[in-house]
Design a protein around this ligand. Structure first.
Ligand code: NAG
Ligand code: NAG
Ligand code: NAG
Ligand code: NAG
Length: 402
């Protein structure tokens, strides 16, 4: 048996042991909603007081699709290398236990759920399928997932975007059966759908030249393929009565510690050729989102440029309170980017002054800033044409896309 297979088996066994009851977390978030306590990690800039999380949320529910940037536990149930269910993952989370989130603390959708007055959204695979478990939203995101079906396959199992869409359809069917068609349509059309995907189509597909993709597609036409696929999925959501969508762009993957190590970066300089692809992807997605907003009546859709916002953080790192912008907090080798974050001993003591938590994922501190920007452009405007706060304004007219 190869070491690869042995390690995979070992991983799977550990995962089965580490499964935790989602109810514990749900109980916890209920407590949190009743008396808001800030995350344990210090936030560098003063934050607005959160809208007192209340009995009257701003929208009925938050639904999340995507990859490890927003996975909150899906992969705990899968046989894969892409898992975050062991410490030090989650060490600075509200519960201080690993949940499957790829960060030391919260991910952006946790901050946004609280802004919307909702509890943390449970993973689709972590709930029993009862409507009361899903009524405040569901998170379908799976680490390793890409827009292309086979992106990330070498890591093991994941739920690809297409499969996540099937799970959404499943959820909607449950709503219709249990609530009736009118109530289900009302819930779906008022809720927010958040999509954060695409990194793995570069990290685990294009950059690895899987299926000789680089000889078949130049970066720009590969972008077009990805963006066209996403556009079709967004239209499918629209046809299922979704009317509020947040589409996240890609982060500067070329600055991730893994690539600083792999490309022998000097002085932590980002890998330009990778970041150029990311910028092209974001440009194409932003344009597509704008078109869709004009094309589809009553659709409120926005694109949030994570690249721009991350570059702003890097430029003004002192103002934001970051000391280390190149090395991951947890990992091993140059920039801590060579070996995965596998044990608590591999982690730095203070993640709050680091941009990167592990070789690919940001810290809670960065996620908090990004969420503040998505919500209200608190530090900089990163969403076009509107912020989430404006999208969900009660009693307000839906702002036009233009
Ligand atoms: C969750 O809360 C309910 C009601 O407060 C309680 O009965 C139940 O034991 C709690 N479950 C866990 C796992 O803490
Ligand atoms: C991608 O893989 C194919 C087949 O192995 C190879 O011919 C091609 O040169 C590779 N492209 C790049 C840019 O490495
Ligand atoms: C758009 O919203 C208006 C007002 O709520 C409604 O009458 C109309 O049927 C909607 N159109 C579509 C295509 O959903
Ligand atoms: C961790 O870093 C943050 C941000 O630089 C700083 O505010 C905080 O005091 C540090 N905490 C400790 C325990 O050193």
């Amino acid at each position: 048996m190869s070491p690869y297979v042995l390690f995979l088996l070992f991983t799977i066994i550990l995962q089965v042991k580490a499964l935790r009851s989602p109810i514990e977390i749900e109980n916890f978030t209920r407590t949190l909603i009743n008396g808001f306590t800030p995350s344990n990690s210090p936030t560098p800039l003063p934050i607005e007081p959160p809208n007192s999380p209340s009995s009257s949320p701003l929208v009925p529910a938050l639904f999340v699709l995507g990859d490890s940037s927003v996975d909150c536990g899906t992969n705990n149930y899968l046989g894969t290398f892409a898992h975050a269910d062991l410490l030090p993952y989650g060490r600075d989370f509200d519960t201080h236990i690993p949940t499957g989130r790829f960060s030391n603390g919260r991910i952006p959708v946790d901050y946004l759920a609280l802004r919307l007055g909702l509890p943390f959204v449970p993973a689709f695979l972590a709930q029993a399928g009862g409507v009361q478990d899903m009524i405040h939203g569901v998170n379908y995101a799976s680490a390793g997932a890409g827009i292309i079906f086979s992106s990330g396959s070498e890591l093991g199992q994941h739920i690809s975007l297409t499969q996540q869409m099937q799970q959404v359809a499943d959820t909607f069917q449950q709503f219709t059966i249990n609530l009736g068609e009118a109530a289900a349509t009302d819930l779906i059309s008022k809720s927010v759908f958040y999509l954060s995907i695409g990194s793995n189509d570069y990290i685990h597909y294009y950059l690895r030249n899987v299926s000789r993709v680089q000889t078949l597609y130049l970066p720009w036409s590969f972008n077009q393929l990805l963006v066209t696929t996403v556009k079709q999925e967004l239209k499918n959501l629209y046809n299922a009565n979704v009317r509020r969508m947040v589409v996240m762009g890609l982060a500067p993957i070329g600055c991730a510690p893994h690539y600083l190590w792999q490309y022998n970066s000097k002085n932590g300089e980002c890998v330009k050729e990778i970041n150029d692809m990311v910028m092209e992807f974001n440009f194409a997605m932003r344009y597509m989102v704008q078109q869709l907003g004009q094309e589809l009546p009553n659709l409120s859709i926005t694109f949030c440029d994570v690249y721009e916002a991350s570059m702003d953080i890097m430029r003004k790192r002192e103002q934001y309170g970051f000391e280390v912008t190149t090395d991951a907090c947890c990992g091993f080798g140059p920039y801590n980017g060579w070996i995965l974050c596998l044990s608590p001993e591999m982690a730095c003591t203070n993640a709050s002054n680091h941009l990167w938590w592990d070789q690919f994922h940001p810290t809670d501190a960065v996620n908090s800033i990004l969420a503040d920007n998505v919500w209200s452009a608190q530090h900089m405007n990163m969403c076009y044409p509107l912020n989430l706060r404006d999208m969900v304004k009660p009693n307000g007219e839906q702002p036009d896309a233009e």
